[in-house]
Design a protein around this ligand. Structure first.
Ligand SMILES: [Zn+2]
Length: 417
């Protein structure tokens, strides 16, 4: 039984040849072609050979040979016909055949979205569980493994799990599959997250930063001309994710690109950040920073939580709204600088505070348009996240399916199908 999906169909990218093979021979060319065709069908961008010719920009005969091979090996199948305009013969409608699932775990500081999807992006099950990343990797990953296993078991059928994607709220080394000195995740530095989950689920596992996942999900839910895209998440911390004009994540040399929470802002109060430095944007303008200031501003009040901030802001409480406006001004300064540096087509503001009220977006927008020069803001769209809390699951879906239908993955699929 399929759940109504909160996600639109997401665009999948054309494959990049594996870095290990510098030489592209005809076998590699063929694998790239097959991977491209399968991803276009999985994206919903093409359902017939004619669609594939225009979407892939490949010759008709290349597409025809590739589709025939994918059909012969059970990767694509014919799913009825689609009427063509005019008097033409109805076109065969193509669909991905192999069963199998992608598991996504999108971890925040205090909760995780878990989802089970198939290769055609259909959402079969999803849930939200409370976790605390500060409990350490053994406790948290143990809980995630058992919850994901239960969620998979709730979906009928014997199809295998073909890939899993996990997002965590800290910097990661995606190649090694380990978190790298994550400030709010004690005990996680260097922990072999992907190795552990690969053993549990018996499939390739990808580790990504949580804001990167959101940035990717958001960019692939929007038209291609909305990239380059900068995603700014304002929650317990402040983080950023960068999507290039080609629609892919920009990780930087060590995976630290977009980690904007520790940029220092001029004129910010001298507050010590979890990273040890003073005056980081995260220490003065995150939802936790606002919660702390809210507690200080109401004498005798209980310590406010992020949920309290969200509730007060959505009710229009003047103290909370004032603090959010102040935070928005500081975040706006950082975003204006980044807009000059990166010239994005879109800046997306995400996180629970942005979802609760437009104050944060309005405040950031005011500063960015005032501070940044016209060339950088002429066509800039600055908006709240279109996917909201599901942006991370969307990004995980994209990464997982792209892995299964990658140049390497398609070979595995054809051998088994
Ligand atoms: Zn810091």
């Amino acid at each position: 039984m399929l759940e109504p999906s909160p996600l639109p169909l997401l665009r999948l990218s054309a494959p990049v040849p594996p870095a290990a093979s510098a030489r592209i021979d005809s076998a590699m060319n063929r694998a790239i072609t097959l991977s491209t065709l399968a991803r276009l069908v999985a994206s919903g961008a093409a359902v017939s050979k004619a669609d594939l010719v225009s979407a892939a920009g490949l010759a008709r005969t290349t597409v025809s040979t590739g589709v025939d091979e994918l059909v012969a090996r059970g990767v694509l199948g014919l799913d009825g016909v689609r009427p063509t305009p005019g008097r033409g013969r109805p076109a065969d409608r193509l669909a991905l055949c192999p069963g199998g699932f992608v598991l996504v775990a999108d971890l925040g500081a205090h909760g995780a979205h878990l989802a089970v999807l198939d290769l055609s992006q259909r959402l079969h099950a999803h849930t939200h569980v409370d976790i605390d990343v500060a409990d350490g990797p053994d406790a948290v990953l143990g809980a995630i493994e058992s919850q994901l296993t239960a969620l998979r078991a709730s979906v009928p059928g014997p199809d295998p799990v073909r890939a899993a994607v996990i997002g965590v709220p800290g910097p990661v080394d995606g190649r090694r599959g380990v978190p790298v000195r994550p400030p709010i995740m004690p005990g996680w530095h260097g922990y072999p997250v992907t190795t552990r989950l690969r053993r549990s689920f018996g499939c390739p596992v990808l580790l990504e930063n949580d804001v990167n996942l959101r940035a990717l999900g958001e960019a692939r839910a929007l038209p291609a001309d909305q990239a380059p895209l900068l995603f700014v998440k304002v929650g317990t911390g402040i983080g950023g994710g960068l999507i290039t004009s080609a629609g892919v994540l920009h990780h930087g040399a060590d995976g630290a690109a977009g980690d904007i929470g520790h940029i220092r802002v001029r004129g910010a109060p001298d507050v010590r950040c979890v990273c040890g430095n003073i005056g980081c944007i995260e220490a003065v303008a995150s939802a936790s920073a606002v919660a702390r200031r809210l507690s200080e501003s109401i004498p005798g009040a209980e310590v406010a939580t992020i949920n309290d901030v969200r509730a007060l802001v959505s009710r229009g409480d003047p103290t909370a709204v004032g603090l959010i406006r102040e935070a928005a001004g500081l975040i706006g300064e950082v975003v204006a600088t980044l807009v000059h540096f990166y010239n994005p087509a879109r800046v997306t503001i995400g996180g629970s505070v942005a979802a609760a009220s437009d104050e944060l977006l309005a405040g950031i927008r005011a500063v960015v348009y005032q501070r940044a020069l016209p060339l950088a803001t002429r066509n800039l769209v600055l908006a709240n996240s279109v996917l909201g809390e599901y942006a991370g699951v969307a990004g995980g879906t994209v990464l997982g399916i792209e892995q299964v239908l990658s140049v390497d993955g398609i070979g595995v699929l054809m051998a088994r199908a």
